[in-house]
Design a protein around this ligand. Sequence first.
Ligand SMILES: NC(=O)C1=CN([C@@H]2O[C@H](COP(=O)(O)OP(=O)(O)OC[C@H]3O[C@@H](n4cnc5c(N)ncnc54)[C@H](OP(=O)(O)O)[C@@H]3O)[C@@H](O)[C@H]2O)C=CC1
Ligand SMILES: O=C(O)C1=N[C@H](C(=O)O)C[C@H](O)C1
Length: 281
Amino acid sequence: MMNGLPGNMGKEVAAACLRKGFKMAPYSLTGPQIQDTEVTVDDMSGGESFTVGLLKDGAEGTDEKILEMKARFGSDLICIDYTHPTAVNSNAELYARLGLPFVMGTTGGDRSKLMEDTVKSGVYAVIAPNMGKQIVALQTAIDYMAREFPGAFGGYSLDITESHQSSKADTSGTAKALANDFAVLTGAPFDVESEITMIRDAPGQKAFGVPEEYLGGHAFHMYSLRSGDGTVEFQFRHNVCGRRMYAEGTADAVEFLARQMASNAQKRVYNMIDVLKMGGI
Ligand SMILES: NC(=O)C1=CN([C@@H]2O[C@H](COP(=O)(O)OP(=O)(O)OC[C@H]3O[C@@H](n4cnc5c(N)ncnc54)[C@H](OP(=O)(O)O)[C@@H]3O)[C@@H](O)[C@H]2O)C=CC1
Ligand SMILES: O=C(O)C1=N[C@H](C(=O)O)C[C@H](O)C1
């Protein structure tokens, strides 16, 4: 069940899932601005397409339609969420209430509550602000570095700049996640709400290196660690044009979750680092 159609990631992820041979559930949760009642998604390579009915978030009869799908598809029904930061917690509550496994790619919301609610509910889930395999590998390495060498960059200042399409509603969830590890490395507090520089305007995006044709869909990140006297700088960058890498990773996460469910795995809530480590992608 691809929730967040006809959004940008919704369509990309639906396509990646179809390319992997998955079938689409007949309904998708959609947002308050959407007037259409259905949308057709395809695999973006000339193959299969599906028409999906759009259920406005909170609309009467939503639970019943989802429960009908659950009765029809059983444990083959896995929700994928690429909606809106304001919908993260309410959607996770819905999945928990109806006992639906889910992959949450949507960023923002109250992340601690999201984890708590999901763990408490006992549903299987993969939750990650970034599903791009290579970025998750970098994240894993920085996470390892922070755990092995906390304070190794003591006295260094941390600067984080990210650029995304102007429609992005929140600060990069990836930057926030990595900032926590970098703060362990510098040993100094870093406020992810106020200290990450966000670029959302076209001149700024172009100056940051974003090609003109990707102003509407890109994710450029730069993390800089600079020594106190300014003589040494480390930079880490991941610059993605388009959205395909996240969509492919999401389809892999769905397959991973289905495998964990089939094997009755004891652990139920995963992140993408788990997926990568456990050979899921
Ligand atoms: N984990 C990852 O790897 C990645 C995560 N993301 C995250 O995915 C999210 C979506 O991004 P993107 O597709 O670019 O955004 P879009 O704005 O293109 O799409 C979001 C869609 O969700 C709909 N929506 C809004 N509120 C709800 C709701 N309550 N229930 C269901 N649907 C709703 C929107 O409708 P409406 O127009 O009415 O608001 C819109 O159709 C963001 O949080 C982004 O950060 C993005 C890329 C990769
Ligand atoms: O909104 C996006 O586009 C992206 N969101 C994710 C985030 O906030 O970290 C991942 C990637 O940056 C693309």
